[in-house]
Design a protein around this ligand. Structure first.
Ligand code: AMP
Length: 366
């Protein structure tokens, strides 16, 4: 079995590390010759419009998947004309455009922030009149990790934000004063069988995920069931195959959908050690038509992202139970270069170890 992966970042790398155990082979396509997968797999490094390179990438591949959401749709379509591609292209097209995404939530009856499309200043002004301050203005496309968005709190901030984000191709959303951010990861196989991981609680800073805790300490059983139900609705509608992540805001006991990711997701990295079957293995099982693995929890799990610098390995590994993952990336400001996972059953020990690790990975280790 040979899987072709569009994108060569850490998600692709972790997919391959999970797949090698199952005897699966990989080939990657990425415009950057220094992509993190190059250290562990066969990488075709070429521009997306290089059809000859794409043909080389697709040779003798059984199924293609993607690990990067901003792959041009034309590239995925090119692959789909030759090889099976999962998750389905419609899921990717929807996730690439925040407006389509929000409309899909609406069509499925999944609560989402009030929103409006913005292509001119007056669209934004009218939306603000309706929604009131604050609002969040975002680019419809190519936004990630908090890039391409601005919170608008006063009338004087409207025009500068609109100009800064490019004036057109934008979406404005009601600002949700959420208590918690949650995510749920579902997996759907070729025959429609589904499994779900426990709902996770996420902490972001500057729009970047910092910490995920599984199961989510502040999600009631009702909220978890609702989150899973929403994820199931999306997977059914999209005739989905693979891993799908759904990010949600929890506010006043309600859940409000923020966005989907049709791929393995940062808030699922904890599953490598914290679950019987990782999201990476289950994604591969799904797209290869293999039985899905159990998502049973091995214990309360905390995952911390390592961002912008590489902490001393010795310091991280000195914390009992810490599992260190480094992605082979050079650290630059705000770049995710690794993560650490802690699985435990004793809450007090977990708390202490998490605090200790947090100091180390944020570079405040005294
Ligand atoms: P996104 O790229 O849409 O996932 O946004 C990144 C982060 O910005 C989210 O994880 C939230 O912390 C915050 N955010 C995005 N949209 C909203 C919103 N409508 N209301 C409040 N916070 C938001």
């Amino acid at each position: 079995m040979r899987v072709g992966v569009l994108g060569g970042g850490q998600l692709g790398r972790m997919l391959a590390l999970a797949g090698y155990q199952l005897g699966v082979e990989f080939r990657f396509f990425d415009p950057h010759s220094g992509a993190p997968v190059g250290q562990i797999g066969q990488l075709v490094a070429a521009n997306y419009d290089d059809e000859a390179a794409l043909e080389r990438f697709l040779t003798d591949i059984d199924v293609v998947t993607y690990e990067f959401e901003s792959i041009p749709l034309s590239v995925v379509e090119f692959a789909a004309e030759r090889v099976r591609v999962y998750p389905p292209i419609r899921a990717l097209a929807t996730a690439q455009d925040r407006l389509l995404e929000k409309r899909l939530f609406e069509a499925l009856g999944i609560p989402t922030p009030e929103f409006a499309s913005v292509d001119a200043l007056e669209d934004l002004e009218n939306a603000v009149k309706r929604m009131g301050f604050p609002v969040v203005l975002k680019t419809r496309r190519l936004g990630y990790d908090g890039k391409g968005q601005a919170v608008v709190r006063t009338a004087s901030e409207i025009e500068p934000a609109w100009k800064a984000l490019g004036k057109t191709g934008l979406i404005v959303e009601q600002f949700i004063p959420f208590e918690h951010e949650l995510s749920v990861i579902g997996v759907r196989g070729l025959e429609g069988r589904e499994v779900f991981y426990p709902v996770v609680q996420n902490v972001h800073r500057e729009g970047i995920l910092r910490r995920s805790t599984a199961p989510a300490p502040n999600a009631t059983p009702e909220m978890s069931a609702l989150a899973i139900d929403n994820c199931r609705k999306l997977m059914t509608e999209l005739d989905y195959v693979g891993v799908l992540a759904l990010e949600l805001f929890a506010v006043d006991g309600r859940l409000v959908a923020n966005e989907i990711a049709p791929r393995v997701h940062n808030s699922g990295h904890w599953t490598i050690e914290g679950s019987e079957t990782s999201q990476f293995e289950n994604h591969l099982r799904a797209i290869l038509g293999l039985p899905l693995g159990t998502t049973a929890l091995r214990g309360q799990t905390v995952m911390l992202n390592i961002i912008g610098h590489i902490p001393a390995r010795e310091a991280v590994l000195a914390v009992e139970g810490a599992h260190l993952h480094l992605y082979g990336k050079a650290p630059t400001e705000k770049r995710k270069v690794g993560h650490v996972t802690l699985v435990g059953t004793h809450p007090e020990a977990m708390e202490w170890c998490t605090r200790e690790l947090e100091r180390i990975v944020t570079g405040n280790a005294g």
